[in-house]
Design a protein around this ligand. Structure first.
Ligand code: PMP
Length: 324
């Protein structure tokens, strides 16, 4: 019987060697869809807003790209070998990426996570069987960085410490991957790029790639508007430990977004576009909407770093305060 569903030829199943598993992981990370947000963009303007749907990555976030790049570079340089344990600080998504890749490639992983990290992040790490060390909640993601350094310095021979805040393989993943994909998917028509700053790897890598292609492309960096915020994955650079590869001069413009504004946009994206996205996605779309109001025409590209699923235990979904 003829099938109604058009099928693509499936690749043959791969063997179970580490090389085959590594190749399978490389094939699964990146090449995410670019979605057009057709309803939320201001109706009067001729500006289009697009977003990279990064939850399509196998670990559910953009951080799979950076984690895989740092692990592959560690293997290539020889820093990661034998029974070394992958150790790093993470506010959540990079940790999940290390955990997933660690299980796949056969490395143990030890993560330092702020004690007040989301419950659903912790459950995912538990599911992967990952060892987690909690750092002082009061010190936020900086507390996790300091604790990871301490653990590493006590016995450096035991660990591979990628140090996502200072490892160039982080931003390079976005230069060769995310940035190149955006140019390809927009056929070079992108006029603005908007991204949040965590390690700043996404912004630095994509930003450099786009500026090299066309220096007129405007780069907009998004930060939380205060040191204590609910924008999971983003950093308030003025008060935080600044990542080693962060260059504040790359951005043409910096915008500060409040947690409440991001939450309101997250709800709009669910109800108007049918897209369930995380808080940093709400923040970057809030920023993209400000840009869209100010320019006549163009193609704004932004990043949906992850989906809403790890944030469903947060109260704002039930609050009417920021329903619209
Ligand atoms: N959004 C989310 C949800 C994240 O987890 C992260 C990573 N911390 C970012 C944005 C920022 O990405 P980057 O580290 O590349 O700046």
């Amino acid at each position: 019987m003829e099938s109604f569903v058009e099928t693509r030829p499936l690749p043959p199943a791969t063997g179970k060697s580490r090389d085959a598993l590594r190749q399978q992981m490389i094939n699964r990370v990146g090449n995410t869809p670019l979605l057009e947000l057709s309803k939320i963009a201001p109706a009067i303007s001729r500006v289009k807003i697009f977003a990279k749907a990064e939850w399509f990555n196998p670990g559910g976030s953009i951080k799979d790209r950076a984690a895989l790049s740092m692990i592959l570079e560690g293997e290539r340089s020889g820093a990661l070998q034998g029974d070394k344990v992958i150790l790093d600080a993470s506010s959540g998504n990079t940790g999940i990426a290390y955990a997933m890749i660690g299980v796949t490639l056969g490395y143990n992983v030890k993560l330092v996570l702020p004690e007040n990290a989301g419950e659903l992040f912790k459950k995912i790490l538990q599911a992967y069987g990952t060892e987690v060390v909690f750092s002082d909640a009061q010190l936020g993601s900086d507390g996790a960085i300091l604790k990871a350094r301490e653990i590493y310095q006590a016995s450096p021979e035991r660990y591979f410490y990628p140090d996502q805040y200072n490892n160039p393989a982080n931003w390079q993943a976005h230069y060769s991957g995310t940035g190149a994909e955006i140019l390809h998917q927009t056929e070079g028509e992108v006029t603005h790029f908007v991204a949040g700053l965590g390690t700043s790897g996404t912004f630095m890598g994509v930003g450099r790639r786009l500026k090299e292609f066309n220096p007129d492309i405007q780069l907009i960096a998004v930060q939380p508007d205060s040191p204590f915020h609910g924008l999971e994955g983003l950093k308030h650079m003025d008060t935080a430990i600044v990542p080693g590869f962060y260059d504040p001069h790359l951005a043409d413009l910096s915008l500060a977004i409040s947690t409440e504004e991001a939450q309101a946009v997250v709800k709009r994206l669910a109800r108007e576009e049918g897209l369930l996205v995380g808080l940093s996605s709400g923040a970057v779309v809030a920023a993209a909407l400000r840009i869209a109001r100010d320019v006549q025409e163009g193609a704004i590209v932004t990043i949906f770093a992850d989906s809403a699923h790890k944030y469903f235990d947060q109260k704002f979904w039930q609050e009417s305060r920021n329903r619209d």
